[in-house]
Design a protein around this ligand. Sequence first.
Ligand SMILES: Nc1ncnc2c1ncn2[C@@H]1O[C@H](COP(=O)(O)OP(=O)(O)OP(=O)(O)O)[C@@H](O)[C@H]1O
Ligand SMILES: [Mg+2]
Length: 266
Amino acid sequence: MKNNLLEISELSVAFSDEENVLSRVSFSLQEGETLALVGESGSGKSITALSILQLLSYIGATHTGGKVKYRGKEMTPETASHIRGKEIALIFQDPFSTFNPLQTIEKHFSHLFRYRTRVSKKNWQKKMISFLEMVHLPDPEMLLQKYPHECSGGMLQRIMIAMALVCRPKILIADEITTALDTTVQKKIIGVLQGLQKKKGFSMIVITHDLSLAANIADRIVVMDGGKVVEIAPVKDIFMRPLHSCTKKLISSLPKSAFQAQIVLE
Ligand SMILES: Nc1ncnc2c1ncn2[C@@H]1O[C@H](COP(=O)(O)OP(=O)(O)OP(=O)(O)O)[C@@H](O)[C@H]1O
Ligand SMILES: [Mg+2]
């Protein structure tokens, strides 16, 4: 049995004095594991990611119960500030909220190397290129001189992955990162992530409303509905023996070909 890297227990979250938007959410993430967090829009996936990293205050929400443990230690806003972006990296759907439109890609990387690593300045250029090559981006030297608006959505997603990996995180949380992209680009990015995970051995939490994507990438699937976890199971069991009505609904909304492909895979 591998170690739990992350343990989320009974986590509840609310906006001001309203009802909880997350209710007693519990799941764990093991070393090297990929977990997919799936559920319909509004089921609480992004809030779960933000609460893991103690970022709720940015959206005006608070923890109303439960805890998050990283490597056996309870996370607090204080400890999370050291873990965020270093041990646990979070990447979002919208690349434009991550990038500063007035800065080149090189400038973004330089900032990371300066403040988040001990790489000496004379090696930055070489390192930047190697990180861009890692995510299979062609012509990295030229890319470094570009501004975000000169890159496609798929390119920016890959750059975001490369930037998230600069600090060698133990956990990568990806919130709907391929949702806005067409299926071919989506597949490429998922392939890049899988390859990197194999090489680097980090764990992943992939947030998606797309169950077929979850099935392709994850070891286990956590199904959320109305701010609660309603089912957790290995991919195969989710498809062969879905227990909760919400899981069944997500499966039935898949195109038939995706479901059949999954059955054949297993
Ligand atoms: N700023 C906010 N103020 C009040 N309620 C919010 C706020 N942000 C989110 N919520 C509520 O919290 C719940 C969970 O939202 P969350 O963003 O986690 O959903 P999600 O599963 O990530 O959905 P999506 O797939 O659309 O990204 C929703 O019911 C939403 O209405
Ligand atoms: Mg979301």
